[in-house]
Write a protein that binds this ligand. Structure first.
Ligand SMILES: Nc1ncnc2c1ncn2[C@@H]1O[C@H](COP(=O)(O)OP(=O)(O)O)[C@@H](O)[C@H]1O
Ligand SMILES: N[C@@H](CC(=O)OP(=O)(O)O)C(=O)O
Length: 388
């Protein structure tokens, strides 16, 4: 079956009306001749953080599986909302979530890894409907418990679905049209990269370029799925970057929530580094105020839990912003306690890499804090008032 796979991240859903906008794009694609569409969605912008905060408010020691089941509800609601918006246009549609997507993982709650896939549930849904909406970032383990694949991991769900359906491309929509030489909202002179190799963007992602999830990129490379990065504008979809086997670019990344673990000795640092590597967590040995330390920039909550469980003594952890210069031959990490200073360093490094680069007009970033979740509640309250 010829199926188009689209993924819409949280940045696509800032307000309830955005579901209608995305549904309109799906309808246009069908009208243009595409037969079947799977759309993978993330939670509305800001929702996952809110769900996490509420859970930890109720119980700071909530079990990892309990926390995962709560976080996954953000994507489940988003899938229901897009299903509602698509069906309103008279299109046959159904939504699936982690329980029914056919993706099995291990039981590493918080950042579970895909172990096997079964395309039958999605194919069955596609035989009866033109559009299937999939809740991203979630799956079930061997015993049927729901888990979360990690922060920003709906990209991974989309690539896994593309690969299990035998498709060779997956379109990922965000608030930026593609991968830039730096976060364009922090470094206005950042340049859009038209074509980039899997390995290059995976490394950028591990160092804080959250535009694509590193595990999604690794999975796409392994299963030969090309990633097409896009953005929905008033004039339609714009393609910014294609991730394939080619394309290199120097870049600067900024990881705001990096964690620096201070070690007692070089031996402890080496052991910790090897331990994290065995769990597929990128950790970099760094000099921080002459201390022997190791820095983690992605999967931080998951990594911290592993370190806490495995370490014979409490490891002290310092929050930092990490700025990484990436080149085919250079990987240099700078740490700063102060976020603004770190951003200004990133701009200087970028100017050195791309002297005189001109800023592209990207438009102001929409206020993600005024989340869709809040406007939905306001609307629901108003609707209830109207009914009374
Ligand atoms: N090198 C980069 N290129 C493009 N975007 C980047 C880069 N580094 C960081 N970003 C950030 O990634 C964001 C998109 O990722 P994310 O917020 O997870 O979007 P979505 O919710 O659509 O998945 C952009 O708004 C941008 O601020
Ligand atoms: N909503 C989840 C998963 C996700 O993939 O988000 P996004 O696609 O917006 O990066 C998170 O915030 O981590």
């Amino acid at each position: 079956m010829n199926t188009t796979i689209l993924k819409f991240g949280g940045s696509s859903f800032l307000y309830p009306d955005d579901y209608g906008r995305v549904a309109g794009h799906i309808a246009d694609r069908l009208a243009a001749g595409e037969k079947k569409i799977v759309a993978v969605v993330s939670a509305m912008s800001g929702t996952t953080d809110k769900l996490k905060a509420v859970m930890l408010d109720v119980n700071k020691q909530a079990s990892p599986s309990n926390l995962d089941a709560a976080l996954a509800t953000g994507e489940m609601l988003s899938a229901c909302l897009l299903e509602a918006a698509v069906s309103r246009l008279g299109i046959t549609v159904m939504s699936l979530n982690g329980y029914s997507l056919g993706i099995r993982t291990n039981s590493d709650f918080g950042r579970a890894s895909v172990e096997s896939v079964d395309p039958k549930p999605i194919i069955a849904a596609l035989l009866e409907h033109d559009v299937v909406i999939a809740a991203g970032a979630q799956a079930i383990d061997e015993s049927g418990r729901l888990n979360f694949l990690g922060r920003n991991s709906s990209d991974l769900t989309a690539i896994v679905i593309a690969s299990m359906l035998g498709e060779h491309a997956c379109e990922i929509y965000s608030d930026v049209p593609g991968v830039y030489t730096a976060d364009p909202y922090l470094v206005p002179q950042a340049q859009l990269i038209a074509e980039i190799a899997y390995g290059t963007i995976a490394q950028m992602s591990r160092h804080g370029a959250k535009v694509l999830h590193h595990k999604a990129v690794d999975y796409a490379e392994k299963h030969a799925v090309a990633i097409v990065c896009k953005s929905l504008t008033r004039d339609g979809a714009v393609t910014g970057t294609i991730v394939t086997g080619h394309g290199n670019a120097r870049s600067v990344t900024v990881a705001r929530d990096a964690a620096v673990l201070l070690c007692a000795s070089l031996a402890e640092r080496d052991n910790l580094g090897a331990f994290l590597e065995r769990h597929d967590i990128s950790a970099i040995c760094v000099e921080d105020n002459c201390a022997v330390s190791i820095c983690i920039m992605s999967d931080i909550d998951f990594a911290m839990r592993l370190v806490e469980l495995a370490s014979p003594r409490p490891v002290s952890i310092e929050p930092r912003t990490a700025v990484t210069e990436l080149d085919s031959s250079v990987l240099r990490v700078h740490l700063d306690r102060d976020y603004e200073r770190a951003v200004s360093l990133a701009r200087q490094i970028h100017e050195r890499m791309y002297p005189g680069a001109v800023a592209e007009r990207l438009g102001p970033r929409k206020d993600r804090q005024r989340s869709a979740y809040r406007s939905l509640l306001i609307r629901a309250n108003k609707a209830q008032g109207d009914l009374q």
